[in-house]
Design a protein around this ligand. Structure first.
Ligand code: ZN
Length: 222
């Protein structure tokens, strides 16, 4: 895509970092937007800033910390992290309306700068059951944002149908497996002092569990 310009919604985790690497391969110019929404730790954000610097891409933080005040969840409080028992019996880490808000704010920031292409790490495989990670929601939101702004908003989700193992494989194909293993952060607990073969983390929270399982499967293909 000649003279193409994309904005990556970028948290510093494995998925959005892989999306950033994908975007750098597919667009001429890439920028990143990081959302702070009152997460229980700021480790992921520190990783995001460092990775953006390493990859030499523009990095901008937006404060959405009011999200924390709207509804209780385990990402923005000390509530127990569990795979059920949250809103609609989803995992307690589900933040109601988060992805709809992220995409809306991203287009508000991006369209003002002439950007119609957005890259988002939503995934409907191996995902935790979040309804706002499904392709149907992404398609609907792209249409809504296009109608709302008289623009042609495109939301690219390169990980939509990839398992975690396949996401590791994509990072490898993009020549950045080491970067993903060393610099990205996934662990809900913000643990970064313990390094495993699959990266840093507590090794026991659901996010670590998913990352470990994915890496083991990916390793078995090597
Ligand atoms: Zn963990």
């Amino acid at each position: 895509m000649k003279n193409s310009h994309a904005l990556v919604i970028f948290s510093g985790g494995q998925d959005s970092t892989t999306c950033l690497l994908w975007a750098l391969r597919n667009f001429d110019k890439v920028e990143t937007l990081n959302f702070h929404y009152g997460q229980r730790h700021s480790i992921e954000q520190q990783c995001a800033e460092k990775i953006a610097k390493k990859l030499n891409v523009a990095y901008q933080e937006v404060d959405l910390s009011f999200l924390k005040e709207l509804s209780p969840n385990a990402l923005t409080s000390q509530n127990e992290i569990s795979l059920e028992g949250g809103f609609k019996n989803l995992p307690s880490t589900f933040v109601i309306g988060r992805n709809a808000l992220f995409l809306t704010v991203a287009t508000s920031w991006g369209l003002a700068r002439g950007i119609e292409d957005y890259v988002f790490g939503a995934c409907q495989v191996d995902y935790s059951g979040y309804p706002d990670c499904r392709q149907s929601f992404i398609d609907s939101q792209a249409q809504t944002l296009s109608l709302a702004t008289d623009s042609a908003v495109k939301i690219h989700t390169p990980l939509m149908n990839l398992s975690k193992a396949k996401t590791f494989q994509l990072a490898q194909e993009l020549g950045a497996l080491d970067l993903v293993l060393e610099e990205t952060h996934t662990c809900y607990m913000g643990e970064r002092s313990v390094k495993h073969e699959w990266g840093y983390g507590c090794g026991t929270c659901p996010a670590c569990g998913l990352r470990e399982k994915g890496y083991k499967e990916f390793s078995s293909w090597l």
